[in-house]
Write a protein that binds this ligand. Structure first.
Ligand code: ZN
Length: 261
């Protein structure tokens, strides 16, 4: 994708959040519908990543917003898709290929961890027949930064093979678990032949295999939603410039600290 920034929204589960839900996995159906209505009112159209990728590559992405859903929770099909259809939007859902029909038993940042059912292969075929796109979100939802080359290959390549086998059509997109990527993971995804990949933060340069996304949650009321939609590109550009210096500063400080601790 070229340098003109196109917003891509990142959701997980569309369900009423349990109380408390520190991992912010859920966005309530009402809030999600309000987000979609807000896009429609601004004459913006939510689309699958493959459509956005094609539109950007021919310089025709004006008015488009990428919609993505990580992990492929069952509520994507039963709650999110009906809302998307109402606005004539489409979206991409990223499935954990080795966990279809199971639950999200991988590591979460905070306790209590959410437990939610993941879509089966049959349900993902239904997702496709509703005009949505399915991408790969690794085999096991492992943190990919410290994997051996062999394991990285498995997570990136086998997830794609398994989804193609189970669903039929080509799998064009990848999504990094926890949004974590570095040069090695981005290279592995590019080498595997994916057309695009979604992360959260950009690394340094804009890269079609590490597209930054705007994380959305139930906390995003109307004002926050608008601010994130229009302000996030500036935040990401600022972060890309400042972050390398900040990291270096931290390393210098750590080296200067007394070694006694
Ligand atoms: Zn995930």
């Amino acid at each position: 994708m070229n340098s003109r920034w196109t917003p891509i929204l990142m959701y997980h589960s569309i369900a009423t959040p349990s109380d408390p839900e520190p991992n912010q996995t859920s966005t309530s159906p009402e809030r999600f519908e309000a987000h979609m209505r807000s896009l429609a009112r601004q004459n913006l159209r939510g689309v699958r990543m493959r459509d956005l990728h094609k539109a950007v590559s021919v310089g025709d992405a004006q008015g488009l917003v990428g919609l993505t859903f990580d992990d492929a929770y069952d509520d994507f099909l039963y709650t999110a898709v009906p809302v998307l259809k109402k606005f004539d939007f489409s979206a991409t859902v990223f499935a954990v290929a080795g966990r279809l029909g199971e639950s999200n038993t991988w590591k979460h940042m905070y306790n209590p961890e959410p437990r939610k059912r993941l879509l089966t292969a049959e349900e993902l075929r239904e997702v496709l027949s509703q005009g949505m796109e399915v991408g790969a979100h690794s085999m096991t939802h492992v943190e990919m930064l410290d994997l051996s080359e062999e394991r990285l290959y498995q997570e990136v390549n086998e997830s794609r093979c398994l989804l193609v086998e189970a669903l039929g059509p080509a799998v064009e997109g990848f999504c990094y678990p926890y949004g974590r990527s570095d040069q090695a993971t981005v290279r592995a995804v590019r080498d595997a032949g994916y057309d695009y990949a979604c992360g959260v933060h950009r690394l340094t340069d804009e890269d079609v295999h590490n597209l930054p996304r705007i994380p959305m949650s139930n906390r995003d009321g109307a004002l926050r939603f608008a601010a994130k939609l229009w302000g996030y590109s500036w935040y990401e550009k600022f972060r890309a410039v400042v972050h390398p210096y900040y990291t270096r500063l931290k390393m210098v400080r750590a080296a200067r600290e007394p070694q006694s601790r």
